[in-house]
Design a protein around this ligand. Structure first.
Ligand SMILES: [Ca+2]
Ligand SMILES: [Ca+2]
Ligand SMILES: [Ca+2]
Ligand SMILES: [Ca+2]
Length: 306
């Protein structure tokens, strides 16, 4: 018994010695500063200047600045995971395509070239891919392409609408809305290759615009199950749905988390036209960020790494 213990102790000491060998430490330097994610600016679309354009503003609604300037519709903006690019959609070339631009609106580049409409781009967490939906004339389907527009792969295939896909923070799953089982939308999640589809909602109301929380533990969505549209959150298996907006007189929709998950941005028409609001992740401190009579919608929050 003593011999066995001594042998095992020797092995442990040998392993420890290997782990702390200076050459090993030099080969894998320990980072001195871990990047911290915080909430940057908010991008959104508005028709305040006569047609739909992309705008950016500070988190308190100040400094609202136009990024696109085109007679066509420029819609559905979203930030890249590193916060340096904005993907959006425009029909400036005849039908809706996905474009990429810098955060200041420069270098607008088309990524798709098809006769169908592409909408709702969303980056994979590592920034290498974009998931989006394409009208196919027989509903709409979800596709994934490289972030430079190459290598497009179709990951849903049916005669129903599959819309507004967004990635999980670990890159493994995609949440989306579909009419494949109910004529009203339900929320689904699937693997990033389109396999392993799970339905999270099942009712006679619209459940739409799902997105994973930055920590991967919740799914934010919008539903009219309580009589009008509210912002809701549920577990990633669809259990424990909670009404966050609790605004019984108006519709609340088009919701997204802030980059760090402490805030939620959404759209509500509480004063007669669509405005962008922010609130805490628990639904408190609901604050209006836009004030014009225009339709202000589809906000997305910029991730900032420091
Ligand atoms: Ca425009
Ligand atoms: Ca197209
Ligand atoms: Ca439903
Ligand atoms: Ca407005």
């Amino acid at each position: 018994m003593y011999a066995f213990t001594k042998t095992r102790l020797t092995i442990v000491i040998a392993l420890l010695t290997t782990l702390v060998t200076p050459s090993v430490l030099m080969a894998r330097p320990i980072p001195t500063q871990i990047p911290v994610l915080s909430n940057g600016k908010i991008v959104f679309q508005s028709d305040r200047d006569g047609n739909r354009e992309i705008y950016i503003m500070a988190p308190d609604g100040s400094n609202q600045t136009r990024l696109t300037n085109h007679a066509a519709a420029d819609v559905t903006p979203v930030f890249s995971p590193d916060g340096t690019k904005i993907a959006f959609c425009s029909d400036r070339d005849g039908n809706f395509e996905i474009y990429l631009m810098n955060v200041d609106g420069t270098d607008q580049t088309r990524l798709t070239t098809t006769p169908q409409n592409e909408l709702w781009p969303a980056f994979s967490p590592d920034g290498t891919k974009i998931v989006f939906n394409r009208g196919t004339g027989n509903g709409s389907e979800i596709f994934v392409m490289n972030a430079n527009g190459t290598n497009t792969i179709q990951i849903t295939a049916n005669s129903f609408a599959d819309d507004e896909p967004r990635w999980s923070p670990d890159g493994m799953r995609i949440v989306f809305q579909s009419t494949r089982h109910n004529p009203n939308y339900e929320i689904y999640v699937m693997n990033a290759d389109g396999t392993g589809v799970d339905r999270l909602t099942n009712n006679n109301f619209v459940d739409a615009v799902g997105s994973f929380s930055p920590d991967g533990s919740k799914i934010l969505f919008s539903s009219n199950r309580s009589g009008n549209y509210e912002i809701m959150v549920m577990n990633i298996d669809g259990t424990n749905p909670i009404n966050l907006s609790s605004s019984t007189m108006t519709s609340d929709a088009s919701c997204r988390w802030s980059a760090d998950g402490t805030k939620i941005i959404f759209v509500a028409a509480r004063d007669g036209n669509a405005e962008i609001y922010s609130m805490n992740a628990d639904g408190l401190l609901q604050t209006r960020l836009t004030v014009l009579t225009s339709v202000d919608e589809n906000p997305a929050w910029q991730p900032v790494w420091q």
